[in-house]
Design a protein around this ligand. Structure first.
Ligand code: SF4
Length: 76
């Protein structure tokens, strides 16, 4: 299945501490399988690298992602 390259390892959809399995499925349907380019985590990953992706950043936190990217780029 195509989708986000991080699907197998992403802590947001693979860590049981993050919520119920049904929540993971909703996130996967909304972002991971189809619209991963709109995922905040994916945006940070592809813009400035995985080291800058906070463990708790959620896919819908796009504004936070933009701030992280802007701050990281100041260091580059
Ligand atoms: S939550 Fe985002 S980074 Fe993680 S697998 Fe889904 S689309 Fe990729």
């Amino acid at each position: 299945m195509s989708g986000c390259e991080r699907l197998e390892k992403c802590p947001i959809v693979n860590n049981s501490k993050n919520g119920a399995a049904s929540d993971f499925e909703k996130i996967k349907e909304k972002y991971c399988y189809n619209n991963y380019s709109k995922c905040a985590r994916y945006m940070v990953l592809t813009s400035v690298g995985g080291d800058f992706v906070p463990n708790d950043l959620l896919p819908e936190q796009v504004e936070e992602a933009k701030e992280i990217i802007a701050e990281a780029q100041e260091w580059m």
